[in-house]
Ligand binder design. Sequence first.
Ligand SMILES: Cc1cc2nc3c(=O)[nH]c(=O)nc-3n(C[C@H](O)[C@H](O)[C@H](O)COP(=O)(O)OP(=O)(O)OC[C@H]3O[C@@H](n4cnc5c(N)ncnc54)[C@H](O)[C@@H]3O)c2cc1C
Length: 417
Amino acid sequence: MGYSGFKIIKEGLFGQKGWKPVWRNPEPKPEYDVIIIGGGGHGLSTAYYLAKEHGITNVAVLEKGYLGGGNIGRNTTIVRANYFLPGNSEFYSHSLKLWEGMEQDLNYNTMMSQRGVLNLFHSDGQRDEFVRRGNAMINQGDDAILLSSEGVREQVPFIDFENTRFPIYGGLLHKRGGTARHDAVAWGYARGADQRGVDLIQNCEVTAIDIESGVVKGVQTSRGPIRAKKVAIVVAGRSSQVAAMAGIRLPIESHVLQAFVSEGVKPLLNNVVSFGMGHFYISQSDKGGLVFGGDLDFYASYAARGNLPMAEHVMDAAMTLMPAIGKARVLRSWGGIMDMSPDGSPIIDKTDTDGLFLNCGWCYGGFKAVPASGFAYAHLIAKKMPHKTAAKFRLDRFATGQDLLDEEGTGSQHNLH
Ligand SMILES: Cc1cc2nc3c(=O)[nH]c(=O)nc-3n(C[C@H](O)[C@H](O)[C@H](O)COP(=O)(O)OP(=O)(O)OC[C@H]3O[C@@H](n4cnc5c(N)ncnc54)[C@H](O)[C@@H]3O)c2cc1C
């Protein structure tokens, strides 16, 4: 079914009875060319680009829950291409370009809103660092504008400019960054993949990976065995557990990340704003809710909910930057399981098992990566060669220590990334 303004008006006039399910609900076939384990954003975009870019359509996405029930439906929806290091910057630059064409490509309203991402700085040293980052972004072909304190005030008048402990010296504005509706991204890719013949199989947990003489043969699932020529793992917070089914011990730790949304308030924030002196960022949803979050809960966990100390820490930072937020009531909070890598950058690679591929390590930045990750992973699966934008996301960098992509310069401690 194609979507258009005409269709919406027609359905509005005739009782919304003509909409059809957006994807099929097929039974698993005994065998596929490619099985993708995980129906999150990355799994669904991989399936879509396998079909669209490489004509590989005998594909199943196996999801243990429902499509979009993982981190893809739990994030704070920030999209940006403001990375510094070669290896990361071309990848996220490519991703942002795919975001910009996504709604036309998928014929689906993903509510992409390029409202700008504004990172605040609070000292001369931090300004220098942001100038370097801004120059790297411009060299990559993306946009960056350095704002003075007055420039920030024009964008976001409602933050605390009088704070003597953390004065606002200025900000780095990335205008093409912004937000998108997270569920719609999953649904749009799911619909596009389904239309091209991909089987999206929900309530189907992979429990084992079948390997014979170093070659992948398929998977065991809660709905029976399924054979496959290629198997692609892309399960975010569950990466270590699923890779262990193939005897792989990953350098990934799973940590909880929480987020919060307030009741709807009048328009207050145009941009996505991040505080440079505390781990806190905020934007305002189209419904008026203030959507905000901070750091990881600092312990490894598979529980998709967080604890109160981190909630208190985030509220502290919120009140420091934006005291007005104290008047809004928190409506909801939730958590997701993050696949933290030692250098804070992802892995998109083959494994030592022939036909078995791996995509993980997205830390808390994997939403913005959804299009380019799927694009690069599909390329790797189809051609067994890395795509040029993801050429540095090799697994063996953690064994050799060479070519680590330590974007934040915090060393190899997972919970610091
Ligand atoms: C609170 C929060 C805020 C965030 N904010 C941002 C942000 O603003 N910007 C940004 O870029 N990123 C953000 N992220 C990170 C981003 O959401 C993730 O990096 C990204 O969604 C992970 O990839 P995914 O969508 O494929 O994961 P998921 O949606 O988690 O998909 C993985 C899927 O694999 C399935 N699975 C697991 N094990 C199995 C199995 N054995 N068999 C079958 N299926 C299995 C799971 O059920 C799940 O659906 C945030 C994350 C959280 C939690």
